[in-house]
Ligand binder design. Sequence first.
Ligand code: DX5
Ligand code: ZN
Length: 272
Amino acid sequence: MKNPLRGRAIGCSYSGSSVAAHHLIHCPRKEFRSKSMVELLPSILSADFAHLADQIAAAERGGGTVIHVDVMDGHFVPNLTLGPPVVASLRKATRLPLDCHLMIDNPNDFIASFAEAGANWLSVHYEACPHLHRSLQMILHHGMRPGVVINPATRVDLIVDILPMVHHVLVMSVNPGFGGQEFIPFSLHKIHHLAEIRRQLGLTFRIEVDGGVAHNTVAAIVQAGAELLVAGNAVFGAGEPERDARALLTAARDAESLQTVRTVVGDGSKIH
Ligand code: DX5
Ligand code: ZN
C-alpha cells in the first residue's frame, strides 16, 4: 500500500540554536512563546481498543501530532499487543504519522511488514539489535524514519556512534511493557546528556521520552531537553483524551516557554 505520509518531513526538525534570542529579549512577556519544538505523541496502549479511531481523533483534537503505537511480543517484554494488521487499520483511520515502537525480538524480520502497513517512524531497541546499524539501514531503506530506543539501564554513551543515522532517540523512562508506570527520575540525566551530545556534535535527531510522562513530570522532562512526549495513561487513562491531551501539552509548552526565557536572559529575573 502506498503511504502518502511516509518519507515526508514530519513536524519541525531540531535546530541547534533553539531560540532567536536577540528578538525575544526586549519583547513583552506574551511574545516569549517562540515556535514550539514540543510535540505530544498519544500512546494508544492505554486507549479503548474497541474505539481506536475515535480515541485517536479525540487525542488529535487535543493537540496530539504523532500517534505512538506499542508493539510487544511477549518475549522481549512480558506483554503482548498488536502487529502490522492493526497498524494498517490505523493508517486508514488517521492522517497523523504513526510512530511504531517495536518491543520485540528479531525486529529485522518485521521491518518490511510495518512499512507496508503504513508506519512512518519505526524504532528498535538497542538491547534487541545485535546489528543495530543494519536494522537502522533497513528502516531507512523501507522509507521510514529510524529511531533507536534505550532501556532505563542502558547508557546513552553506547549509541553515540549511530546517532547521525537516526531521526529520533527514544529514552525509556520506565521498563518497557506496560502503561501507567512511574517515571524513573534518572532518565532526566540521560535526556540532558543526549541533548548535550546533540549540541556538541551538531546533530539533528529528536529526543523522545516514553513512560510516566504526566502532569507531575512533564515540566522537568521538557526542561531536560526532550521534545517528543509519549503519553498513554495521562491522555487516555481517564476516558477524556481530548481534554487531557490538551492539558498535558499546555503544561509541556509552558515549561518550554520558561526554558526559553532562561536561555535568553539567564535566570529569568530580569523579565518584569
Ligand atoms: C511502555 C510503552 C509506552 C506506554 C507508556 O512500554 O512503551 O508507550 O504506553 O505509558 P504511560 O504514558 O502510561 O507511562
Ligand atoms: Zn512506547
